[in-house]
Design a protein around this ligand. Sequence first.
Ligand code: PCA
Length: 198
Amino acid sequence: MNILVTGFNAFLRNTENPTEEVLKLLPKSIYGNKITKVLLPVVFDDCFDILLPIIEETNPDIIINLGLAGNRKAINLERVAINIKDYPYPDNNGVAPQDEFIIESGENAYLSTLPLRKIMKHIQLKNIPVEISNTAGTYVCNNLMYHVLHHISVHNLDIKAGFIHVPYMREQLENIEVFSLPIDVILEGVIDSIKACL
Ligand code: PCA
């Protein structure tokens, strides 16, 4: 199987993004299945434009998109992407859309096609906090998840795809009262997610 894993670079007040670190630390293959890693910019318009030719080139069986959600207290397996772009703070290109559709003619929402419950059980076995989330927000991560699932749907592709939000990594915070997980725990959660999909 071919697995495509994406992460994002730093954005807003976050000087680091744990998903960029995860990409650096992920192995090149798991159980002999090749992993292609792609770091994407936190830019509404660009992130999927950059990913699309890589999807076409690598022909993945599984796409797992990763992003930081600093207010979450667990690894969040996103269930749904909605057709909305709306955020009070700008992306890394200075764009802050309000009440806009991601794709004017698109479905209202797409559901993740990853085996979320199975992934959750795999991660729970390691005592790593994990939950299924019913909102991926309305910023760049939701935008990417929506674009990927829309592309798969309209082209009828045989690809399982979905989004995982991770909390802050402990290494990036000075304030230890804010919830975070060590980067090696976040990495383990992502590796377990991939294993559960295989
Ligand atoms: N998190 C943001 C965008 C990039 C990232 O890592 C989000 O949740 O939309």
